[in-house]
Design a protein around this ligand. Structure first.
Ligand code: LLP
Length: 429
């Protein structure tokens, strides 16, 4: 069940990351608990970097996927830049010593405060998503007596075949602007002494399995960049976004080598490069590809509630819930379930894994063949991306700790929240 590149393994029935039996992590830190493998993240980073090795490339990790400071800090050391969407994410990058000159700032609703913060911090580039935003950035730069670096995010109207909630590159989505409008905005930016044009940007969605969609998006960017060059507007980079798909269940994951080859081939054979002599840097913004498979949420079976008759379901009530992992409730997402200790002889039954929250959407897995007893520990796999970052305190539940495994070490990179943490900011008035 584990893919070749994974650092997760089973030895004598016990689930391990590197040299650590995960049962020991649960014993030390309790459940529910998020556990990540650093070597898995580092392997993914180098695989992507190698795939783009013929190009001048910058991997801007998409902080929203997993924003724990320890992970950002280690990624900084590997040479990652960052894709951020808020002042909060910028603060995280700065706190770990990330270089602001490697930061791109995406998102349709950048506030005045966030824009000022990013201009003063000296980020590499704003990925601008509307005309109003461009005008606001120009105004703020003028007021601060600075020059703001910008790219326009184009929406190339490409169907990348993703879940509708995570598609971003279609006309009906709120992201980016059509190419003709982008062209006009570049001409406007060119005349401003407070805007500096850096590149062209797109991000067509998330969990994309088909590399052709990335190729098409790049074609649109190359066409626009070439048109801009004819107008005397030269760009430094093309940002092709994130969205590289991985395997949760039966999906075909992106072949990162083929992805790299496609991008390299398109760029080097383009009119922009061949005729206009412009060889822009390539920026990619992966989140999920780097961190999803590194992580799991370990939970304990609290109660078994077997079906009292054929018209009922078997429920296993576990101590993690939709507040800890929202993906199943929000997208109907599938996550594989692995017992921490595998029994040699077991009789499987179909179980719905549900949490203690008072909502019928509070499920983590449906209809899974498992052999379960109360007290069993289960790993909800592939939850390193959009797991902890989408968590909440719904039902006044403190969020789980995060533990990073590195070799034989269990590093507590976020401690378990307490009820006091939750109540601290409230007042009885
Ligand atoms: N760049 C931009 C501008 C983005 O909006 C995103 C993700 C990324 C990069 C990174 O995409 P990735 O490589 O991770 O696919 N919560 C959803 C995913 C939402 C993605 C939002 N934007 C999930 O759990 O599947």
């Amino acid at each position: 069940m584990f893919t070749k590149s994974m650092t997760v393994s089973r030895k004598n029935g016990l689930l391990f990351i590197d040299d650590v039996a995960l049962e020991q992590v649960a014993a030390r830190f309790g459940t529910p608990v998020y556990i990540y493998s650093w070597s898995q993240i580092a392997d993914r980073f180098s695989a992507l970097k190698n795939a783009l090795s013929e190009l001048d490339s910058l991997i801007c990790y998409s902080v929203k996927a997993n924003s724990n400071l320890a992970i950002l800090h280690r990624l900084t050391k590997l040479g990652a830049g960052f894709d951020i969407v808020s002042g909060g994410e910028l603060e995280r990058v700065l706190q770990v010593g990330g270089n602001p000159a490697t930061v791109v700032f995406s998102g349709v609703g950048k506030s005045v405060e966030d824009i000022d913060f990013a201009i003063k911090a000296g980020i590499y580039c704003f990925n601008v998503e509307s005309k109003s935003e461009l005008l606001r950035i120009e105004d703020r730069a003028r007021l601060l007596q600075k020059v703001a670096p910008v790219s326009i995010r184009i929406n190339p109207n490409i169907d990348a075949g993703t879940h509708p909630y995570i598609s971003t590159g279609l006309n009906e989505n709120k992201f980016g602007v059509p190419e003709q409008m982008a062209f006009e905005l570049y001409k406007k930016a060119k005349t401003s002494s407070h805007l500096d044009i850096k590149g062209v940007d797109s991000h067509i969605g998330s969990q994309i399995s088909n590399i052709t969609a990335f190729g098409e998006a790049l074609d649109h960017e190359l066409k626009l960049a070439s048109r801009l060059a004819s107008e005397g507007i030269d760009i430094n980079h093309l940002d092709i976004g994130g969205g590289l798909g991985i395997r949760y269940d039966t999906e075909v994951p992106i072949n990162v080598t083929a992805y790299g080859k496609l991008i390299t081939q398109k760029l080097t054979s383009s009119r922009l490069s061949q005729i206009q002599g412009i060889n822009p840097k390539i920026i990619v913004e992966p989140g999920r590809y780097l961190v999803a498979e590194s992580g799991m949420l370990v939970t304990k079976v609290e109660y078994l509630k077997p079906a009292p008759g054929p018209e009922f379901k078997n429920f296993a009530i576990v101590d993690a819930a939709m507040n800890d992992l929202l993906r199943p409730a929000l997208y109907g997402a599938y996550h594989n379930i692995e017992p921490l200790i595998e029994e040699s002889e077991s009789t499987d039954e179909k179980w719905n894994l549900v949490g203690p929250i008072c909502e019928s959407a509070d499920f983590l897995a449906l209809n899974r063949s498992l052999s379960l007893s109360e007290g069993d520990l289960l790993a909800i796999m592939t939850t390193g991306a959009y797991g902890f970052t989408l968590s909440s305190n719904y039902n006044s539940r403190p969020r789980p700790p995060e533990i990073l495994i590195e070799g034989d070490q269990m590093l507590e990179i976020r401690s378990r929240e307490s009820i006091d943490d939750l109540l601290r900011r409230e007042k009885i008035v």
